[in-house]
Design a protein around this ligand. Structure first.
Ligand SMILES: [Zn+2]
Length: 69
């Protein structure tokens, strides 16, 4: 429907070195993991910041301007 979601990145903190990673939404869906430069593999399946992604998606694709509560 849209490829804009692939361009959305979520910030994930590496639990090992504390680095902030920008993980593309596409990668999160396909791999459900992010590899940090320190070698740590961050599993997103259990700790997926879906809420954060949803916010980004909402910002990228604002809902219809209907005042429906
Ligand atoms: Zn790291």
């Amino acid at each position: 429907m849209t490829g804009e979601l692939d361009d959305i990145c979520a910030q994930v903190d590496c639990p090992k070195c504390g680095a902030e990673l920008s993980v593309p939404y596409r990668q999160m869906r396909l791999q459900k993991a992010a590899a940090c430069s320190c070698g740590a593999m961050i599993r997103l399946e259990d700790d997926t910041p879906i809420a954060a992604i949803q916010r980004l998606i909402d910002e990228a694709n604002p809902p219809h301007p209907d005042n429906d509560g």
